[in-house]
Design a binder for this molecule. Structure first.
Ligand code: BEZ
Length: 332
């Protein structure tokens, strides 16, 4: 309200007319539209920083017609709750993990398949491949949201409180996972006990031994100092971890076509920039972790026996993109 009056007054100043002389509907038409964007990550996270910068870019590119307010750290609820809010139009936008999306749309399980991308560079290329981009087309129908583009965090690694040398050392151990069916299935296949936990609850569970290990990227490990709680990191790159920049289809439908393209275009640029920055970040964060006391053991898919083949048999029929991606990005 205060912001509308201020803007009305400054418009009047520019036009040389009294603010009170402006018709009320003119003032309303000029008021900035606030877009609310919910995230599960905390303010210091790479995603939040990139999307804060996107908000500024959108405000400038729209000559102040749009502003973006971020709601970090799951303030609006977990991802399932945020998706529900976007479905009704109560929330405008989110960068939603593919983990949550795969709980609604099996086809996205392809992007969470073990060893689908060999490293972060390949993961960036894969998320821009037509096979991965094609999955976004199904989102409005399946989720009531428009999916603009993929963002990501780094590749996932398997870190354990105890020393891990062989697959037998992992059997029966509780591993924290992001709640997602494909992730759960892989860890079940290798004989671990997958334990879904949201990010903020991991530290306590790992400190007091409720869980034995974590499935996480370098940034999450470093931000939470898990390298001080884990003796071993199996440097597996076993999963990539994509997220999708999404907007409520209800809200999107209220925008003019040029504004839709403005939001889609600027969000795509921001998420592409995020993905472009990942290889350098991964190298820097990897060096930081190598300097810690945690033992880091490079580990390939062969360590996990036939679990990857079993996973493909389980998920291939539900996620046709899985076989397509394996064919388009063969392992040398
Ligand atoms: C996780 O649940 O592991 C996670 C979610 C968002 C960003 C990074 C990690």
């Amino acid at each position: 309200m205060t912001r509308n009056l201020t803007r009305r007054a400054s418009l009047a100043a520019l036009g040389g007319v009294s603010a009170l002389a402006l018709p009320a509907n003119h003032a309303r038409a000029q008021a900035p539209r606030e877009l609310r964007l919910g995230l599960i990550t905390p303010p210091a996270h790479t995603w939040n920083q990139q999307l804060t910068a996107w908000g500024t870019r959108l405000r400038d590119a729209s000559n102040g017609r749009f502003t973006v307010t971020l709601f970090p750290s799951g303030q609006l609820g977990n991802e399932a709750a945020m998706l529900q809010q976007m479905q009704t139009g109560a929330l405008d936008l989110s960068l939603l993990t593919v983990s949550e999306i795969s709980n609604r749309v099996d086809a996205f399980g392809a992007l969470l398949a073990p060893f689908i991308a060999k490293d972060i560079d390949e993961a960036v290329r894969m998320l821009r491949h037509p096979i991965a981009l094609g999955l976004l087309n199904g989102l409005p129908q399946a989720t009531g949201c428009v999916g603009f583009r993929y963002g990501m965090v780094g590749m996932r690694q398997l870190s354990t409180r105890d020393v891990t040398n062989t697959l037998a050392d992992l059997r029966g151990k509780k591993i924290r996972i992001t709640p997602a069916a494909p992730t759960r299935d892989f860890f079940n296949l290798i004989g671990m006990a997958p334990t879904p936990l949201p990010l903020p609850q991991i530290f306590e569970a790992l400190s007091n031994g409720q869980i034995d290990g974590v499935d996480l990227d370098f940034e999450s490990i470093i931000n939470n100092r898990f390298q001080e709680l884990c003796r071993t990191m199996l440097l597996t790159n076993h999963f990539m971890f994509p997220a999708v920049g999404m907007m409520s289809a209800r809200v999107f439908g209220t925008l003019t076509p040029p504004d839709r393209e403005l939001i889609r275009g600027t969000m795509t640029e921001a998420l592409d920039a995020l993905c472009n920055s990942m290889p350098e970040r991964e190298a820097r964060q990897g060096a930081q972790l190598r300097a810690s006391n945690m033992q880091i053991r490079p580990t390939g898919p062969e360590f996990f026996g036939d679990a990857v083949a079993q996973f493909d048999r389980m998920w291939g029929p539900k996620a046709p993109a899985l076989a397509q991606l394996r064919a388009a990005f063969p392992r040398g």
